[in-house]
Write a protein of this length. Structure first.
Length: 491
């Protein structure tokens, strides 16, 4: 009769055998595993797992399970070295949103012949460094993929590199790298089987040891040079204008924190990089603040990049935007925006004003951000669509301009831009230039009023204007501003 102690010993042995049983299988529907990072994942039937007799202990090729991690009390280890299909690992990693160094390696492909070598080497390290005692091993595998065989074409190296590579040198180099040659048939070593599959790949193996000697030659060109499109030409013009205005170009992330109305990523890199941006403000503001904290002075940055606007479709609507940020405040940003508009031939028009120093234009916005930063952003696609196809020459030197300064008292609510627009319409083509050079508020103009001083230049393309001509143009401006805005001419 079997004693109770013997029954307990048999039960313990069976339990131990079940515990160390290793099975590679697909996960059951709804099966769960808590990985080493402490996160619980619900597996799909397409996910490959390493399991014991009862449950999964690792997600194959990605991460081990928390229950099977090595702790200070661990005394017995079971090493497993396996091969996993790159596409299977990629799909599981995406499905679980679980990235690791292991998954990155497997997704790119690993030498299938290296599993046994890795297991032997790991065992040797455990024995030599920790005093561990090996108790056995087993190797189970199907048919491993055959090694690729590539045809060597010796003349190809000379033609592609522009140098001379004797055939004997090519064969010697390939042999030293582990390739096996039988005539012109080259058997690729297992560790290069994924990236050496064509004769040109063999050329790369030979040439890379003399890469510094490859001559610099321009490729032959049969067709005529390709011209830039209108949009490409204007983007380069905007870059030149902003750089000439003292701004430095910046490149910022196109990913921002997730917010309602943005397009989220299925697999965010971080919390702060979880959605596609719809504007360039955040990246430039963070770059400017980082430079200020580092002690940089006179910060002025610009960026020209794509933004991504959700439109309810699978893909977003992409627009080219230009944005700039500067320590010079609102008016320096406004000046830079005016330079851009002038360069592309489209006047800057303010269409909506907000409290404080903030306004919207036909193609973007102007705003003063916290910290004293001046900022503007323009939709270049819309701006370029309004730009003229060609720039017409205007004579600016034959006949001199008559310059006058005009100061108007108006209500505080009247915008200077509206005054300029009304003056231009009333004056006609002989008004060459009109700009604001001063705004005054004080007792002399009264409460709720302000004085806007305008610098005007009158010019005719075919004659020199007289004082009487200038007075007539000035009179049309004064009458129009008084009629539309109740403006009073002060000086």
């Amino acid at each position: 009769m079997i004693q109770l102690a013997e029954l307990l010993a048999i039960a313990a042995a069976v339990a131990l055998a079940l515990a160390i049983l290793i099975v590679v299988r697909r996960a059951a529907k709804g099966e769960k595993i808590r990985t080493l990072d402490g996160q619980e994942h619900t597996l799909a039937e397409t996910d490959l797992v390493i399991a014991d007799a009862r449950r999964p202990v690792a997600v194959a090729g990605i991460m081990g399970g928390e229950d099977s991690e090595v702790r200070e009390q661990t005394t017995d280890l079971l090493l497993e070295a396996a091969n996993f299909d790159a596409l299977t690992v990629l799909r599981t990693s995406r499905h679980l949103r679980l990235r690791s160094e292991s998954s990155t390696r497997w997704e790119k492909g690993v030498d299938p012949y290296a599993a046994e070598q890795a297991a032997v080497y790991a065992s040797e390290l455990l024995v030599s460094l920790t005093g561990a005692r090996p108790t056995g091993h087993v190797d189970v595998h199907g048919t491993l993929p055959a090694r690729p065989v590539v045809t060597l074409r010796p003349e190809l190296a000379d033609r592609l590199s522009g140098m001379s590579f004797p055939e004997a040198e090519q064969r010697e180099t390939l042999t030293r790298l582990g390739f096996e040659l039988d005539g012109n048939e080259v058997t690729v070593p297992t560790w290069r089987a994924l990236d050496v599959t064509r004769p040109v790949d063999l050329v790369e193996e030979v040439v890379r040891f003399r890469i510094e000697e490859v001559p610099s030659t321009l490729p032959a060109r049969d067709a005529a040079s390709v011209q830039l499109s209108k949009e490409q030409r204007l983007r380069r013009l905007v870059e030149d204008v902003l750089a000439g205005a003292g701004f430095s170009e910046a490149y910022t992330w196109s990913l921002v924190p997730a917010e309602p109305g943005l397009i989220p990523l299925e697999e965010p890199y971080t919390v702060n990089m979880a959605a596609l941006r719809t504007d360039l403000r955040l990246g430039l503001l963070e770059s400017a603040e980082r430079n200020r904290n580092a002690g940089v002075e006179e910060i002025a940055l610009f960026e020209i990049a794509r933004t991504y606007r959700p439109v309810g479709e699978q893909l977003p609507e992409e627009h080219w935007h230009a944005a700039a940020i500067t320590e010079g405040g609102f008016f320096r940003a406004k000046g830079a925006a005016e330079l851009v508009h002038r360069a592309v031939g489209v006047p800057l028009q303010v269409v909506e004003r907000s409290p404080g120093r903030s306004a919207r234009t036909d193609y973007g916005e102007l705003v003063e951000l916290p910290g004293g930063w001046g900022f503007f952003e323009l939709d270049l696609d819309a701006l370029f669509a309004a730009a003229p196809e060609s720039v017409a020459y205007t004579d600016v030197i034959t006949f001199p301009a008559v310059k006058q300064d005009l100061a108007f008292s108006v209500d505080e609510s009247v915008a200077a831009g509206d005054l300029i627009a009304a003056a231009r319409e009333a004056a006609g083509p002989e008004l060459h230039d009109l700009r604001v050079f001063d705004v005054y508020r004080g007792e002399q103009v009264g409460e709720g009023k302000k004085s806007v001083a305008l610098a005007a230049a009158f010019r005719s393309p075919d004659r020199t204007l007289s004082d009487e001509d200038a007075a007539a143009i000035r009179g049309r401006i004064v009458d129009a501003l008084a009629r539309e805005y109740g403006a009073e001419l002060r000086a």
